[in-house]
Design a protein around this ligand. Structure first.
Ligand SMILES: Cc1cc2nc3c(=O)[nH]c(=O)nc-3n(C[C@H](O)[C@H](O)[C@H](O)COP(=O)(O)OP(=O)(O)OC[C@H]3O[C@@H](n4cnc5c(N)ncnc54)[C@H](O)[C@@H]3O)c2cc1C
Length: 397
């Protein structure tokens, strides 16, 4: 980089940071928190006036039950941090747990096998009778219900509210500087620049989500990474304060998450779905249901993979999602008030995160796929150790 007079502005103290983070989604935000609580001077650079990526488009489910044994502990550390931050930053978080509902014997078989084979991991799971299940959530469809797997560890937040309040809290309490409407287009360590401005940092962390094109495109081109598009729906608030209780899932979800992938009984279930629900498999659909603090129900989702993301949402995918939902949930007011899609970066080799050091002083953190909310704080804490940030000056309690 040529350092001319204009570029010398980075020498001003306000343009120099210990840690500069590119990307204001949850991965960038979690790294900002982990760096700030270690006493570092932190800046976050976000392209948009506020985050509008995967981080505000998801369910807001902190979902340890979906994590394989290898990342369950990371998810549980994140969960603990989410609950602390909800109190400190004053956003809604509900430790509601989850129910995986079984309407076929092969679904119950997978749940039983999962419990038997993972006793040492720490999942807080048990099989419930249909009666106990329906007593927990009046929304569960009792017709044909054979039982359910209760998991105690899931937490709901509203990602739109939580992201805004988290960033406000980081600004006010931890003095993190947020540069919104600031796309970083060039990194030449220790400098980063966007528009006509340049900043300097001791360490630069790139958390740019599904944007593989702007920074380090050559690095991304060498990685087994792609994009995944998901379609989502949200109902109007349910009347009379009707509470969903736990998040709900059903058979299709068992073939989606890594936690169940080792179960031998999955083969029979997958064979049935391949035969009877080919359209669901084609669009990568499994169906989850959660509720916001305002009483709306969030419903999703589909999974379409590829670097070229179709900008147009398919009505038939939404219909498939709603049809499957009806099998396991009785929704009081199913009027849909919003539909949208989100896109995340997905590793194709089964890994749950990508942490790279393209040059001295620069770290890329990405590839958290469909579990970024669940893994964010645990991962950021580990990355902080990897890149040699000191232990936190303030400990989590
Ligand atoms: C529909 C949907 C449902 C999901 N549900 C869940 C769930 O319930 N639970 C869960 O754990 N996970 C869920 N996920 C996954 C989770 O949302 C993602 O893993 C997570 O949000 C990824 O965070 P991120 O910070 O990497 O990416 P993003 O949220 O996309 O943030 C990246 C940010 O970087 C900014 N940026 C990029 N390049 C630059 C640049 N050069 N300069 C400045 N800014 C830049 C972008 O504007 C963006 O704001 C879901 C995802 C989707 C799409």
């Amino acid at each position: 980089m040529i350092v001319n007079l204009q570029n010398l502005q980075f020498m001003l103290a306000q343009d120099t940071f210990d840690i500069a983070i590119i990307g204001g989604g949850i991965i960038g935000t979690a790294h900002a928190y982990e760096a700030a609580r270690r006493g570092l001077k932190v800046a976050v650079f976000e392209r948009h006036p506020r985050p509008v990526g995967a981080t505000v488009r998801n369910f807001g489910m902190i979902w340890p039950i979906g994590q394989a044994a290898t990342t369950f502990e990371r998810a549980m550390r994140s969960r603990a941090t989410w609950l602390i931050l909800a109190r400190e930053a004053n956003f809604w978080a509900k430790p509601c747990g989850s129910l995986h509902l079984a309407y076929h014997n092969d679904e119950l078989d997978v749940m039983n096998e999962f419990i038997q084979t993972t006793r040492s991991v720490g999942y807080q799971v048990e099989i419930w009778s249909p009666e106990k299940t329906v007593a927990k959530s009046k929304t569960v469809n009792p017709i044909g219900l054979k039982g359910a797997m209760w998991s105690a560890t899931e937490v709901n937040i509203d990602p739109r509210e939580a992201t805004e309040k988290l960033q406000q809290y980081l600004r006010q309490v931890w003095n993190v500087t947020f540069f919104y409407q600031t796309a970083i287009v060039h990194v030449d360590y220790p400098y980063l620049s966007g528009g006509a401005k340049t900043w300097k940092a001791n360490h630069i962390i790139v958390c740019s989500g599904a944007d593989f094109e702007t920074l380090y495109p050559q690095i991304y081109a060498e990685q087994p990474i792609t994009k995944c598009k998901l379609q989502m729906l949200r109902t109007v608030p349910q009347e009379n304060n009707v509470q969903l209780g736990p998040n709900l899932a059903a058979g299709l979800t068992l073939q989606h998450y890594a936690s169940f992938a080792h179960c031998k009984s999955l083969v029979r279930l997958k064979t049935r779905f391949a035969r009877d629900m080919a359209e669901y498999n084609k669009w990568g659909i499994h169906v989850l249901l959660s509720q916001t603090h305002s009483g709306e129900l969030t419903i999703g989702d589909s999974h379409e993979y590829g670097l070229s993301v179709n900008p147009f949402d398919r009505a038939d995918i939404n219909t498939l999602i709603l049809n499957y939902l009806q099998r396991f949930a009785k929704i009081q007011n199913p009027s849909i008030q919003e539909t949208w899609h989100g896109v995340y970066a997905k590793l194709q080799n089964g890994a749950t995160s990508l942490v790279l050091h393209p040059t001295n002083g620069v770290t890329i953190v990405n590839g958290v796929g469909g579990a970024g909310m669940t893994l964010s704080f645990g991962l950021a804490d580990e990355v902080a150790e990897i890149i040699g940030m000191d232990k936190p000056s303030v400990n989590l309690v």
